[in-house]
Design a protein around this ligand. Sequence first.
Ligand code: FAD
Length: 617
Amino acid sequence: MYVWCATTKLDNIPGSGILYLREATRFRVATGRRCLALPQSKEAHMADRSKIVDVLVIGSGAGGMSAAVTAGKAGLDVLVVEKEPVFGGTTATSGGVLWVPGTRYAQETAKQLGIEDSTEAARRYIEQEAGNHLDRDKVDAFLAACPQMVDFMERETEVKFHGMAFPDYHADAPNAGIVRSVGTQPYTAAELGPETKRLKNELPQTLFLGLALGSSLEMKYFMKAGRSPKAMAYVARRMLAHIWDVVRHGESQKFVRGRALIARLARTAFDLGIPIWTESPAKRLIRHDGVVTGVEIDTKDGPVTITARHGVVLAAGGSIRDTARRREVYPGIMACIDAVSPAPMGNTGDGVRMAEQVGGRYTSDVTNVAAWMPVSKLPGATDFTGVWPHLVDRQKPGFIMVLSNGKRFVDEATSYHDLVPAMVAAFEAEKLDACWLIADARGLKRWGMGFVRPFPIPHGHYLKSGYLLKGRTLGELARKAGIDAAQLENTVATFNANAEKGEDPEFGRGSFTYDRYQGDDEAQPNPCLGPLKQAPFYAVRIYPGDIGSFAGLRTDGKARVLDDAGAPISNLYAVGNDMVSVFGGAYTGAGAMIGPAMTFGWLAAQDIAERAGKTLP
Ligand SMILES: Cc1cc2nc3c(=O)[nH]c(=O)nc-3n(C[C@H](O)[C@H](O)[C@H](O)COP(=O)(O)OP(=O)(O)OC[C@H]3O[C@@H](n4cnc5c(N)ncnc54)[C@H](O)[C@@H]3O)c2cc1C
């Protein structure tokens, strides 16, 4: 191996004993196993297909971007590589909510509500939820770090949160709380600047004429617009501002929820000089003598070798789109179904596979291998844009869910993560595979149903496409859907009689704190219950879907990837959905994915910084 160069500087990868050639202005390198040349300019590196950084982050969702900005703030030289042409991952399309107990927001909201909450209570709640899958050290690390992470982000970066009074998903269990989630404050295209064109958009199907709805209050105004002058006035104002944006800029200039979170993180990254290389999928980790020293990536201009002196952070969003892995670890019928998911097509488990190739260990030893979501899909849908996550309709008065035998099987207002396992268990018990969300005319008009928007938005094309079925009677609807008609009539008659009294003796719908939070606050005596009696009746088929992986790489409290023996692999970290769920596969409350993603991203960067002799500001 020979190197000719005018000026050189040697870099060392700590712990590896490996020297790298940095800053070569004129050189010729015969490819060597231990010597890579690094030109300084981007053009030069593209010509020579190599680059040295302190930290390489794979994936630009919440996990990766949290690690990137934290490492950048510690003074490290960071590069983020992203497979898609846009940055933001699932996170950009998400609610942008984080479950992070013990923050100052939790304290403030608890004070406002006159209640108490503590990290200790959150710890006990997590213990109950995780059961046998509890990783105590990791939970301790998470709980200790999340208030610090939130403070750090708000102090050092563009990220700004707001407190929420959102009940945990098992809010009536001992030690549950209602103040542990935080939301992300909106942001604007003007603040992000020209990079807006590379910022991933919301799920297009959830936009209303190109407009993304922010808070749940805003969503309520939109749903009530057809029947409340106050709501209509709000919607009119919001739409006018949006139309003005579209006329001037071609699209909405306001970012909300997950898109605002990514835009805020990206603004900080760019301010720190951290590039995000889009269309640059990581392909393979490079490992020497037990130390991960870099990554091979593809770019539009060909492969590039990145040397990461202090750490590689896997944040590639987990294995939700890895069909082989689904076949292996998903339970029962779920193993046979290809992803019916609003998650991005690019989350194909690359991070997990790359880690396995260098000794990392994937584990599906969790209560749930994924975060579940009941979804519907447009006929012929081939990707995530044709899939609807049923987050807000099924909990409302005038809706029920039945199997094709016409029977209910679940409290329809329960969390999405609990509803899908109930559906799968019912399929297996009854040897069926179809489930329907049914509404009467009033329910559909008030709340819409999946892709179908509330009154006055027309829904004729959904009837035409077969997404939405309609019957003048329940019997007619049942025959169109292939549901047992006599049983459906029976089920609805029983449900209605109880709903009028505000009761659901079979499944207790609306008797749980979480249910009521999702209900219609104007409905009495039970916000989740109302009879289905106004014809025509409607049905949409519901599938058991998922929104992200809970099975993933075994990691420790510093997000270091562990090998078979449980020892950390030097320089390799995994965060977000590449890392096995810190809650052992439980969905503790709103934000139970992005909260840990950002917290372990922060922890990973903190460990890298310490090892590099740097401190966080
Ligand atoms: C509609 C919806 C709403 C949601 N709302 C919430 C919420 O409010 N709160 C919450 O906690 N969770 C929510 N979730 C789940 C949450 O969004 C995800 O679990 C979380 O954002 C995952 O973060 P991540 O950083 O692990 O991955 P992602 O955000 O998916 O980012 C991973 C990135 O890695 C990239 N990538 C993949 N392979 C490679 C490769 N080889 N090289 C380079 N890049 C690669 C991907 O393209 C992607 O951009 C929601 C999910 C959905 C679908």
